[in-house]
Design a protein around this ligand. Structure first.
Ligand SMILES: [Zn+2]
Length: 182
């Protein structure tokens, strides 16, 4: 088991320039390969600010693919923007990602590929696979363990909204006590 969390404030990640400071954390977990499948399922999940927050590109309205070609085009643009944000964060954390796989200070030509079904075949957990050339990146020491990495990036606005949510819950909780006459 190997776990590390680092915090980093950035305004620019890869080609992506954020509007203000963004806290980026990186959490790593290793686990024995899935018993049923006996194979590595190393995957990287990225939780990032939305294209609206980074580029001012609003999320298109929901519609069924094929019904409204213009809206489909907006969605393609939006999804592409989201992946470019995530790709920037992967580049930012490149060194830590390599370290998670056991490579220290090595200048490897790692590329990242997004997969809608990276974490689950139903599509509920999209994520990224790391590749060395054509091969999926594996742990250097050859143990075959899974490496799972969660990269989380939060803007000041996201942190403020989270704080406000927490305060609202605390207030509601306090009012419950007042209402009960405690
Ligand atoms: Zn699923």
């Amino acid at each position: 088991m190997n776990e590390s969390t680092t915090k980093q404030t950035v305004t620019q990640a890869g080609q992506v320039k954020f509007q203000g400071p963004v806290d980026v954390t990186c959490m790593v977990r290793s686990s024995y390969p899935d018993y049923a499948q006996r194979r590595e399922k190393s995957v990287i999940y990225v939780s990032s600010p939305s294209p609206d927050e980074v580029f001012g590109l609003p999320q298109p309205k929901p519609s069924c693919k094929g019904d409204e070609p213009d809206n489909d085009a907006l969605w393609r643009k939006y999804n592409k923007a989201e992946l470019s944000i995530q790709r920037g964060l992967l580049q930012l954390k490149r060194r830590e990602l390599l370290k998670a796989f056991g490579f220290e200070n090595e200048n490897l030509d790692v590329t990242f590929k997004w997969s809608r079904t990276a974490g689950c075949s139903c599509g509920c957990s999209p994520g990224w696979f790391a590749y060395l050339g054509q091969e999926r990146l594996k742990r250097k020491n050859g143990t075959g363990w899974n490496v799972k990495v969660w990269i989380t990036a939060k803007t000041e606005a996201m942190k403020a909204a989270e704080m406000a949510r927490r305060e609202a819950v605390a207030r509601a909780e306090a009012e419950k006590f007042v209402g009960a006459g405690i």
